[in-house]
Design a protein around this ligand. Structure first.
Ligand code: FA5
Ligand code: MG
Length: 438
């Protein structure tokens, strides 16, 4: 079955029952933008590794079918041996997981707690969607929310493409326009989202977001003495500060002004966690164009997108984002349906092992491609990849040195095991990314 047809079907059946990707806006990547706004064949040239990746896949057995809300998604519809497809099996297997629909999992517990907040404060006004298919069109993911054609988030480096018209949604905002067009004015959309990204304790290529949208009519703001935009912005901040208090009680937080293509003004909320400010959500007042196209011309709306893992890390004191995917009973048995007050107890802190790796990069080298290769080999055993040295010699050649931290959340790794991983990483980084090891 063609993916688009399947996506459309999944969409309708389900409905019933990038790192600040968008904030950064027009990051200056001239070669990149040129590539990604032109033909598919040109786009593919930035991913020299895709076909090689496929060859290595034969080694592991991967389920050929996952189920989403009663709809079956075949591996062949998602992972294809084509230059315009950049989806590895590790990502395909995550499609059926839906951590946000497990009531005993921290992500599901958090989703339900946020539902409680909205149900209590808005008398069940918000309609909830949590089973929309993550396979969406480029139009839904980008065009419908006014992401410009040359925006960095559209690149093959940042987004997982099934084919040039179809992606794994990289944010729940992909559903905003469609749901608004169907006449909904208050809704929450929860789902798994997918991004090619760097590797550290707060970034993972699959994570969960909750989108909230609330539409106001002139009578809502007219008596307030404010204009619609100021009224919505104030209401939005009040709503989200209330949510933060509902979840965390007293917590240190701050608002940052930012940019999103789909909102103006736009804000991010940061929470102080483990001696750092952690960005937990993006939000703002919806662009009029989106409202106009959905038949809401005279109205004003606010929208937000919460990063559920980030909030759950703060709420349950979970130190590393990989833990959410652990099926180790020492992790899963610590959480209970409806229990917000639980603090995660690390079963043991296993030692990390660091390996450095230097190479001369080429024009098409990107850190996201490097991280994808490393994850393809080490999976969740890789904790962090950091650029520790970067210089350009007199001949104009640029060298990067990356430090890879290997650490299991569940056991001690042996020296042999790590050396094997590192050997494979070196070999595949060289062959797939065409860099020259030093
Ligand atoms: C967005 O995705 C916007 N769609 C949010 C939005 C919705 C803004 C509606 C305005 C209106 P951003 O790329 O910043 O924005 O991601 C939102 C949140 O997702 C971040 O604040 C962060 O909490 C989380 N997040 C982003 N990347 C990752 C990642 N790789 N791993 C885990 N969480 C992430
Ligand atoms: Mg952001």
């Amino acid at each position: 079955m063609a993916v688009m047809a399947m996506a459309a079907m999944a969409q309708s059946t389900c409905v019933l029952s990038k790192s600040s990707l968008f904030r950064t806006g027009f990051r200056c990547f001239p070669q990149f933008s040129a590539r990604f706004s032109s033909s598919a064949a040109t786009v593919a040239s930035t991913l020299p590794s895709v076909n090689t990746l496929r060859r290595h896949k034969g080694r592991t057995t991967v389920a050929s079918l996952v189920e989403r809300g009663g709809v079956q998604i075949a591996r062949d519809d998602v992972v294809r041996d084509e230059p315009t497809n950049n989806i590895p099996d590790t990502i395909f297997t995550k499609l059926g997981m839906q951590l946000h629909r497990r009531n005993q999992h921290p992500i599901g517990i958090l989703k339900n707690a946020i539902y409680d907040y909205f149900d209590t404060n808005y008398e069940n006004k918000f309609v909830k969607f949590d089973d929309l298919c993550p396979i969406v069109s480029v139009k839904e993911n980008f065009d419908d929310v006014l992401v410009p054609p040359d925006h960095v988030s559209r690149s093959y480096n940042d987004t997982y493409y099934i084919d040039p018209q179809t992606v794994l949604r990289c944010h729940t905002s992909a559903h905003q326009a469609e749901i608004l067009s169907r006449g909904h004015r208050h809704f929450l959309v929860t789902g798994d989202v997918y991004r090619r990204d760097s590797i550290d304790s707060t970034h993972y290529p699959v994570f969960h977001q909750m989108e909230g949208v609330c539409v106001f009519s002139p009578e809502d703001w007219e008596s307030s003495g404010k204009d619609g935009t100021a009224y919505a912005a104030e209401d939005l901040k009040k709503c989200l500060e209330g949510l933060a208090r509902h979840l965390f009680g007293a917590v240190e937080m701050r608002w940052i002004d930012t940019y999103f293509p789909f909102t103006d003004p736009s804000f991010e909320l940061e929470i102080y966690f483990k001696e750092k400010w952690l960005e937990v959500l993006g939000c703002g007042v919806t662009e009029q164009e989106i409202l106009k196209r959905s038949g809401n011309s005279d109205n004003v709306a606010w929208a937000f997108g919460l990063g559920l893992e980030r909030l759950a890390m703060v709420l349950f004191d979970i130190p590393d984002i990989r833990l959410f995917w652990s099926s180790d009973e020492r992790f899963t048995s610590q959480f209970w349906e409806g229990q917000l007050g639980i603090k995660f107890k690390a079963f043991s802190k296993y030692p990390p092992c660091y390996k450095d790796m230097s190479f001369w990069i080429n024009e098409s080298f990107t850190e996201n491609n490097l991280c994808e290769v490393i994850r393809g080999i080490a999976g969740d055993l890789v904790e962090e990849v950091t650029l520790i040295d970067n210089f350009t010699n007199k001949k104009g050649m640029t060298s990067h040195c990356y430090r890879i931290a290997y650490r299991s959340m569940e056991r001690s790794l042996t020296d042999d095991e790590i050396n094997d991983l590192q050997w494979n990483v070196r070999e595949q980084v060289q062959s797939k990314l065409n860099v020259v090891l030093r």
